[in-house]
Design a protein around this ligand. Structure first.
Ligand SMILES: [Zn+2]
Length: 528
């Protein structure tokens, strides 16, 4: 059984009462819109998004709510933004910081937009909301009151669960300073049941400077926010959350999830949601943050592969397994190969998890009839051969014309192959067909020249070059000359690609222009 079906089955059992009592279950996830969003954040979207779909399939009504957190203070700056410009906004809420492009409503909306587009392109059914709307609507007020009234209890939970010690006068609230508008610098000093007093501290945090103002204000209706380990369970309560997974870094013993769950039960009197701890999404083996530049943002990765391949990447591994994506390595061609394999399983009627996976990638609208799928690495290779009609080549390989759907598939792969070749592909996949003999091929050994002359004679004697025939011919030449195969093939790749290696030689030669083959082989063997 596929991992998501197992989770859905478990939820059906464990949440049976909620499923009966409620109109729908709430699944929730969130992202703070503090900059370009790293691909790692898509892991939660994908797990929750797929689960939501599968629960619906089972007749369990649910909504997947995704929070754009625009209420947190700006407490750090991505390297691609000008620190001098943003310095004065540090400590303000993200919704109070201007957008980098001057067009979006604010800083948070600018970065949220990009991420929302990625989620939509990945085809998840998500309802987005802004945290600011939740605070301003008063939905968090009851939790704020409970948190302030139970400040001592919360301090004890911090200490007991995570070992973190808060001073005896610490109150779990951050107020927006009425004088300078910052939220990251204020300290709440008292609560009388209706209002709080606070001071805007000048040197409490390294990343922002407060104005020294002291004031008294209502903590409700969007004037203040809870610290995040308290805010998290407050959201469980305010949004009536039934299911919410989290990255495994939060789920360690004594970690933030345990603190949040304890506060949920002991302070807010709600059951913590069903948890799905999940592993990291690595880029080329590292957690590399998106603040360091391009290549690891959710938009970069989403742009680099079609939706169905993106969904395969996200669904293929269980939540407890790490996903490693290396756009500059073999990941992209391997993903296409995996897709072709599960498609083949599906069309062959193999009864396995991959069949289910194939259906879920396509939201149960998978192509039911077998399609000829052109292998991505070959598409990538052929798209670098300017003289080639790619569709014709694949029709030769298939043995018949491509159907309309197959042409669509081919064109999609050509588009993504070209993107991959121009942005990420490792050297071994990037070819430039040589028109003159490269230096490296000018000093071949006698036995190499002897083998190549035999190849030249064969090409001259055959007007139509076919991959399989060439493959057999190369084998015959190898046997008759006793040349070391590596020496033979290296010479071929050096002559035509100025590289040490390349695609399967017989097929590779068959797609080259015959006159070019003759010309370069003549030069390499000094016949001309
Ligand atoms: Zn202030």
């Amino acid at each position: 059984m596929l991992w998501v079906d197992k989770i859905a089955q478990d939820i059906e059992k464990r949440l049976s009462k909620q499923i009966k009592d409620r109109d729908h279950l709430i699944i929730r996830d969130e992202k703070t819109a503090s900059g370009r969003v790293h691909i790692g954040s898509m892991r939660g979207v994908a797990i929750h998004g797929l689960l939501s779909f599968v629960l619906n399939e089972r007749g369990i009504n649910n909504k997947f709510l995704y929070e754009i957190n625009d209420f947190d203070p700006m407490d750090g700056l991505p390297s691609y933004l000008d620190a001098d410009v943003y310095k004065k906004y540090m400590g303000k809420r993200l919704l109070d910081v201007p957008s980098p492009d001057g067009k979006a409503k604010n800083f948070a909306e600018y970065y949220a937009r990009e991420f929302i587009d990625v989620i939509n392109k990945a085809d998840f059914d998500v309802e987005f909301y802004r945290l600011s709307d939740i605070y301003k609507s008063g939905k968090m007020d009851e939790a704020i009151r409970l948190a302030l009234e139970n400040a001592k209890k919360i301090r004890n939970i911090y200490k007991k669960v995570s070992g973190s010690i808060k001073p005896d006068d610490w109150l779990p609230l951050n107020v927006v300073c009425e004088s300078c508008g910052k939220i990251g610098t204020t300290k709440v000093t008292s609560f009388n049941g209706e209002t709080v007093t606070y001071i805007c501290q000048t040197d409490a945090v390294e990343w922002a400077q407060g104005c020294g103002h002291t004031g008294e204000i209502s903590p409700f209706g969007g004037n203040a926010s809870l610290p995040w380990k308290v805010e998290w369970p407050a959201k469980f309560k305010a949004m009536k959350v039934s299911i919410e997974g989290a990255g495994k870094d939060h789920c360690t013993r004594g970690g933030s999830r345990e603190v949040a769950n304890t506060i949920a039960k002991e302070v807010f009197n709600v059951q913590p949601p069903y948890d799905i701890p999940y592993e990291f999404f690595l880029i080329g083996g590292s957690k590399m943050s998106s603040s360091k530049g391009t290549g690891s943002s959710s938009k970069d990765i989403s742009d680099s592969i079609p939706t169905k391949i993106f969904r395969l990447l996200m669904f293929n591994k269980k939540p407890i397994q790490t996903i490693n994506f290396d756009p500059t390595g073999d990941t992209i061609p391997t993903l296409f190969d995996q897709y072709d394999k599960i498609a083949d399983d599906y069309w062959s009627g193999v009864d396995s998890d991959t069949v289910r996976l194939f259906a879920l990638i396509h939201k149960n609208k998978e192509p039911k009839e077998r399609l000829y799928l052109p292998r991505f690495s070959i598409v990538a290779y052929l798209s670098q051969m300017p003289h080639i009609n790619i569709q014709q080549e694949f029709e030769n390989l298939k043995g018949s014309s491509l159907t309309k759907e197959e042409v669509v598939e081919l064109n999609e792969r050509i588009e993504y192959a070209q993107k991959w070749l121009s942005q990420y592909a490792p050297d071994k996949y990037v070819f430039k067909l040589q028109s003159t003999l490269p230096e490296a091929a000018k000093s071949l050994s006698n036995i190499q020249k002897e083998a190549l002359s035999l190849l030249l004679s064969y090409v001259k004697g055959n007007k139509k070059l076919k991959g399989q025939d060439l493959h057999e011919q190369l084998h015959i030449i190898k046997e008759s000359t006793s040349i070391d195969p590596k020496q033979f093939f290296t010479a071929i790749y050096q002559i035509f690609l100025n590289k040490e290696s390349g695609p399967k030689a017989g097929w590779f030669l068959s797609v080259l222009n015959r006159e070019t083959i003759i010309d370069l082989l003549e030069q390499a063997t000094n016949i001309k």
